[in-house]
Design a protein around this ligand. Sequence first.
Ligand code: SF4
Length: 301
Amino acid sequence: MTAMPDTTPQTSTLLHAPVIDWFGVHARDLPWRRPEAGPWGVMVSEFMLQQTPVSRVLPMYEQWLARWPRPADLAAEPPGEAVRAWGRLGYPRRALRLHAAATAITERHGGEVPDDHAKLLALPGVGEYTAAAVASFAYGRRHAVLDTNVRRVFARAVSGTQYPPNATTAAERRLARALLPEDEAVAARWAAATMELGALVCTARTPGCARCPIAGECAWLAAGSPEHDGPPRRGQTYAGTDRQVRGKLLAVLREAVAPVPQAALDAVWHEPVQRARALDGLVADGLVEPLADGLYRLPLT
Ligand code: SF4
């Protein structure tokens, strides 16, 4: 049986100050962390950063905020424009979800991103992670913000395992809550700091333990950095997948100023069954709108 991680208040406190102090020195100057980003900027960044590295998000984020500085600006345009502007960030359903959230913010909250976790969670397209991240990063609220970086830091530093489980577990949520500092402002800082530590130091393949502020407290390091012995970790294949075909089909529609014929879509992928499946999936997801005359376009409604 695996030993329960030590999350006594004393252990938690031993981790808080070093991680938060390290963050104060090493945090990257990212545009969504600046005061001028505001809650809307934080929300946009959180949608874009899911499964996407910072380097790819930065230019899209700047363009997005320049075009749609408030939720109402985005809500005033068709959802297809959000898909178009999403460019090659990947997982384009996020663009539709962000558009739907902007519309709900405009209609239900007078155009202001709500500051309350429950209200955020009630927005379309906003899940537990995003609600916690926006409440914490934009409004300084006390929430456990569990992204892959934070989960990896906790798995190693506290649970003593090289990698967290493939999907977030109830035990991880409990651990994250147990580790949250009591003070609201400190808890918000801790959430951002642990995420940054996972992104910059406690990285997936080559953790920089020699420069880690909590190396002295790390359970995994203390155990001799044992190799992962759990289920195989999920790979991120892309070439040849339906995701790749969907990306190619959407690229045609993004670049078109008018509806495109089927032939233009057929030209981007050689295998007809997979191509049809990918297109059907895009239509079912609301990312592509089929028209009666055999033409396709990005969604207008
Ligand atoms: S000591 Fe190494 S493994 Fe432990 S938290 Fe720091 S970087 Fe991660």
